[in-house]
Design a protein around this ligand. Structure first.
Ligand SMILES: Cc1cc2nc3c(=O)[nH]c(=O)nc-3n(C[C@H](O)[C@H](O)[C@H](O)COP(=O)(O)O)c2cc1C
Length: 142
């Protein structure tokens, strides 16, 4: 059995809700999952796992949250090469530019993104939650 690490930042809870649905998919696939707020995550949590989901909403002006998530992503750039990674996050009024930039950045770090980033407008509805669960399964099975 593998363990999948899920690390997220969420201000108003939407990306956290996505993270929890992704965790359900990982468990449905029969694998173990560890869920952490980025504030309690360390680079060891990246070093120790081969399958990782990273979540952050679109903040600022189409950027990652700048106090915790941005420095965390910066700190793991040499650690993600070859790892199976799923990016996800909620957004508001934009068109998903933050996620396109984040995908490109992670690919440049050598991450093996299992799919394009999963983005959901504001609070996920039932079909959004189902999509998160599916992506969780896909990561667990990758
Ligand atoms: C300070 C701030 C900046 C934001 N900037 C953007 C943005 O540039 N583009 C966008 O689509 N949504 C933006 N949003 C909307 C959030 O991405 C959206 O509300 C999201 O659902 C928040 O996710 P969370 O509940 O996980 O924090 C912003 C929200 C806040 C509070």
């Amino acid at each position: 059995m593998k363990t999948v690490m899920v690390i997220y930042w969420s201000g108003s809870g939407n990306t956290k809700t996505m993270a929890e649905a992704i965790c359900k998919g990982i468990e449905d696939a029969g694998e173990k999952v560890i869920l952490k707020d980025v504030g309690s995550a360390s680079i060891e949590d990246i070093n120790s796992y081969s399958h990782i989901a990273l979540g952050c909403p679109s903040m600022g002006a189409e950027v990652l949250e700048e106090v915790e998530m941005e420095p965390f992503i910066d700190s793991i750039q040499d650690l993600v090469k070859g790892k199976k990674i799923l990016l996800f996050g909620s957004y508001g009024w934009g068109a998903g530019e933050w996620m396109r930039d984040w995908e490109e950045r992670m690919r440049n770090y050598g991450a093996d993104l299992i799919a394009d980033g999963l983005i959901i407008n504001e609070t996920p509805d039932q079909s959004g939650l189902d999509e998160c669960t599916e992506f969780g399964k896909q990561l667990a099975n990758s």
